[in-house]
Design a protein around this ligand. Structure first.
Ligand SMILES: O=C(O)C(=O)Cc1ccccc1
Length: 311
């Protein structure tokens, strides 16, 4: 069973369907009304995994996901998928000009200009998800919903507009998370996610990032969120190229953990996007990502020194 951030008809449901198509073990999809609720079901073991949105190319990180990943028992990502995001505007059949338009904050942020131009008198209202907005329109609470195109299959609403987006080619990345267990096998095109808390001192963050740079590990994303403990104290969410099973990445994770004892591992999993030629080239070049062999050979050399077998 796979939990997803629902209700039925969210973008996250589409992402969950992509995960379940790739792995027949996930054929039973269960909607939860919030990201923390979907993750809590995975933590309790009620479902095998949970699918949640993590970031959007226009609006950035999904704060509910970031917070829910660091609060509570650990969960690790085992897969990611990226969806194109285009919106439909749904209304009750025969309704007049909408005075209120509801959606998930990430959706509203991506159609702000469209609303200003096409429904200038409408007030935007935030709902928990795009599909919750469609439901609320059906219930008469709001006049229009900014929804995923599939929502109209679940809710008997009329399509006022399709393909609505202020920014073309917007994409959202989703993670499939489960309780810690064996890691997915390295594919050579993986991502590792980790959360660290940098202490309040000069160079703290730079020291952490230096551990990656020293090992020629590419940082693909860094986001900060307050720890909620003290003003000025932050958690850093770091995505990097490579898999924890690779010696260089393992070495870097150990170094981060030395700097920051509450480092939380959020998984190593195959990257969704295709390998770009430039990236493939960079990996092969000297100074690109670390050659695993170099790390293994160096570790074996030290092991031989310790045993008095080398110099
Ligand atoms: O509300 C949804 O449908 C979601 O899955 C979250 C979301 C919102 C806006 C863009 C992409 C995902």
């Amino acid at each position: 069973m796979l939990a997803y951030f629902g209700p039925q008809g969210t973008f996250t449901e589409q992402a969950a369907r992509a995960f379940s198509a790739a792995d027949p073990a996930h054929d039973d999809l269960v909607p939860f009304d919030t990201v923390p609720a979907a993750l809590a079901a995975a933590r309790r073991g009620e479902v095998d995994a949970a699918c949640v949105p993590v970031e959007n190319s226009v609006e950035g990180a999904v704060p509910a996901t970031m917070d829910a990943l660091t609060e509570g028992d650990p969960l690790v990502a085992v897969a990611e998928t990226v969806l194109d995001v285009r919106f439909s505007v749904l209304v009750r059949p025969g309704a007049g000009e909408p005075k209120t338009i509801a959606s998930h904050p990430h959706a509203l942020a991506q159609v702000r200009h469209w609303i200003a131009e096409n429904l200038p008198t409408a007030t935007a209202v935030a709902t928990t998800s795009t599909a919750a907005a469609a439901r609320a329109v059906l219930a008469g609470e709001f006049d229009a919903a900014v929804s995923a195109p599939v929502a109209v299959r679940h809710y008997p609403l009329e399509v006022l507009a399709t393909d609505v987006a202020d920014v073309r080619d917007a994409k959202t990345r989703f993670l499939l998370l489960r309780r810690p267990g064996p890691l997915p096998r390295p594919t050579g095109h993986d991502r590792t996610s980790v959360v660290v808390t940098a202490t309040d001192r000069i160079g703290a963050l730079s020291d952490l990032l230096a551990e990656l740079a020293l090992r020629r590990i590419n940082l693909t994303r860094i986001e900060s969120r307050p720890t909620k403990g003290r003003l000025g104290e932050y958690r850093f969410y770091i995505d990097l190229d490579g898999h924890a099973a690779e010696p260089g990445v393992g070495d870097a994770l150990a170094a981060l953990r030395r700097h920051c004892p509450d480092t939380r591992f959020l998984g190593s999993y195959p990257k969704a996007e295709p390998v770009l030629r430039a990236e493939a080239g960079a990996r092969a070049e000297p100074g690109g990502s670390p050659a695993a062999d170099e790390f293994v050979a160096a570790a074996e050399w030290v092991a031989s020194l310790r045993e008095g077998l080398g110099a």
